[in-house]
Every structure is written in C-alpha cells, then in structure tokens.
Design a protein around this ligand. Structure first.
Ligand code: ADP
Length: 328
C-alpha cells in the first residue's frame, strides 16, 4: 500500500538532511522540494555528495539528522520499497540471469501483479524506451546503450511517482550519449512522475532538467530554474563550475563577462591570442585590458576573421560582480 498524497503536498521534501561517513560530512543540512512532473538535476563536481543524497532519498541510507518526506508523509525511516520510487543505478544493476522482458517485469511481479499483466507492462515499458520486440534478449547480448534503456524501462514499469537516476549517461560514448539524452528528455516530458537526476555534467543538466540544485562539498549552494542558475550564478565558484570562461578578479569581487555581453564588430580591435576550432564554430582569446577574453565565433564570424585583431565591446549591463569563493 502506498501512502495517500496529502493535498497540496510536494512529491518530495528534504528538510535539513545531513549524513556523515566516519569523519566525512557527505551531505550537510540540505533542504529541497520536488513537485510531480518536475525534473531536478543535482549538479556538482565528483565527491560533493550527490550520490549520497540520492541514496538518502531512495532509502538506501538513513540521514543522521533531518527528514525526508514524500507526498506529505515522513518516510525518513521507511525502507526503499515503501517510497513509491524507482532508481536507475550508474552501472544499471540488471539481473544477468534474466532476459530483458523478465528484468523489466520483475518490479511489477514483486508488487504482486500476475505474470501476464506484468509481462504486458514490461512490453509497454520496453516500447517506451525504443526496445519493442527485443524482450527475449539476454542482458550480456546488449550494448551499453541498450542496457541503460532496459534499466530505464525497469524503473518506469512499476509506475513510480518519483524516478531517481544516478549519472544516467556517464557510462556511454559521446554518440550514444547524445541520442539517449534526447530520448530521456522526451521520456521526462511524458511522465507524470517527478524526476531527480544526479550529474556532474553541466550540459546534461542544461538539456534535461527544468530546475537545478548546485552542490559543493555536501551543501546545496544554489537552486533555481535551470536557465536562471546558468545566467545568474551566485558566486565565482558556481560560475566557473557552470562553464563560465570570462571571470576577472577585481576590487570587490569577480567580474563575470558572459558571452552574451560581448558585442562583436563594435569598439576597439583586440589582438587575437589564440584560435581554437570548436563544435559550434571557433573559440578565440583576445588580449583585452580586463584579461584574456574568450569569445565563441559562429562559422560565419570565424570566416570574417582574417586579420590579427577582432573588434569587440563589452556591454557592462549584462555582466555580474560575484563574490570570490573559489578557494573556500
Ligand atoms: P558524488 O556522488 O557527488 O561524487 P558521493 O556522495 O559519492 O559524491 O560522496 C560524497 C563524500 O562522501 C565523498 O567524500 C565520499 O568519499 C564520501 N562517501 C560516500 N559514500 C561513502 C561511504 N559509504 N563510506 C565512506 N565515505 C563515503
């Protein structure tokens, strides 16, 4: 029996959750909420506590302090199977002795669904992840990408209200990652479940999540709508982690010059220090008085760059001054 959802309650609410291993404070005083249909990325560098937080939510670990609530009920001490959630592990954790179909039917079977209905559910879940007709395949016959899809289908089959994913694309090569990212994005949009995914990859968060919780050393340092977090990082550390290249130490803080603040073809011509072809055109570094200024040129702009210099102006209204917390 799943607990009833209280009206107006969020799907998931963490209240000041902490967890320490030996002397390592892996998660410190984290509070977060997630609503149905929302996709939240826990984003941060390796070792910052993302997986620990995910395991605390799943019920695979117990916090030392704080509460985990789902649908308004305190589940802090409830085992994983009482939480109406599914988890996709980084290494997929499929059952090697079962075929694809049986792997996916396992969850519904454990919940008491009869064999025939569980099989029907499994076939539907496999179709949703693009694996229709392959249910008889053995796990060892599958590619990494297919295994990840089976793991997803297995997580979706019981119809959980919360889907947890630990670095869902990290074990795949670049090409597979791109196609699976697209599929995940579609699946997340289709599902009514809340989705919480752990990633250290900014692009993954940007392409998959509506909201981001940025973590550093066990703490959530910023939460917000994904675009907003990337546009307005709270500090120099956050900006650098999110991929901002133009950060200049000044009196009173760090000046962040985002790409959108750099106006080409206006102002003075700055010497081009370096040209590096990139996937979206060409990245150049200019000898700007602020410091080396990194600018990405479209293929058309790059084609026009023939001389030793490039005209560029900074629109200060688009820049931010941030506290410098990079060595904290
Ligand atoms: P992330 O997922 O962001 O890489 P983790 O949650 O795995 O981070 O780890 C956070 C910190 O907790 C790290 O310092 C890690 O070494 C430590 N840690 C995680 N799990 C354990 C454990 N079972 N025992 C001891 N230390 C752990």
């Amino acid at each position: 029996m799943q607990p009833e959802m209280k009206p107006g309650a969020s799907l998931l609410e963490l209240q000041s959750v902490s967890k320490t291993y030996a002397a390592v404070p892996a998660v410190q005083d984290v509070s977060l909420t997630l609503h149905s249909g929302e996709t939240l990325a826990l984003l941060g560098p390796s070792g910052c506590g993302k997986s620990t937080l995910l395991r605390l939510i799943a019920g695979l670990e117990r916090p030392d302090a704080g509460r985990v609530c789902m649908a308004g009920q305190d589940v802090t001490l409830s085992p994983p199977e009482r939480r109406n959630l599914s988890m996709v592990f980084q290494d997929y954790a499929l059952f090697p002795h079962l075929n694809m179909g049986d792997n996916v039917a396992y969850g519904p079977r454990m919940r008491g669904v009869n064999r025939q209905a569980a099989r029907a559910t499994a076939l539907k879940a496999l179709a949703r992840v693009g694996l229709a007709g392959l249910e008889g395949r053995r796990i060892h016959e599958l590619s990494g990408g297919q295994q990840q899809r089976v793991a997803l289908a297995r997580a979706l089959a019981p119809g959980p209200s919360l889907l947890l994913l630990d670095e869902p694309l990290s074990n795949l090569d670049e090409q597979l990652r791109t196609s699976l990212r697209r599929d995940l994005s579609r699946l997340f949009a289709e599902t009514r479940a809340g989705v919480l995914l752990v990633t250290h990859d900014q692009r993954e968060a940007l392409s998959l999540a509506g909201r981001v919780a940025l973590m550093r050393a066990g703490k959530v340092v910023q939460t917000g709508e994904t675009g907003e977090v990337f546009r307005r990082p709270v500090s120099a550390w956050a900006a650098a982690f999110l991929g901002e290249r133009n950060l200049f130490v000044q009196p009173g803080g760090v000046l962040m010059v985002p790409e959108r603040a750099i106006v080409l073809g206006k102002g003075e011509a700055w010497t081009v220090l370096e040209r590096v072809p990139s996937e979206d055109g060409m990245r150049v570094r200019l000898a700007h008085p602020l410091g080396p200024l990194s600018v990405t040129l479209s293929p058309r702009e790059a084609a026009l760059l023939t001389g030793p210099g490039l005209q560029a102006e900074i629109n200060m209204a688009e820049c931010l001054t941030l506290p410098d917390d990079r060595d904290v």
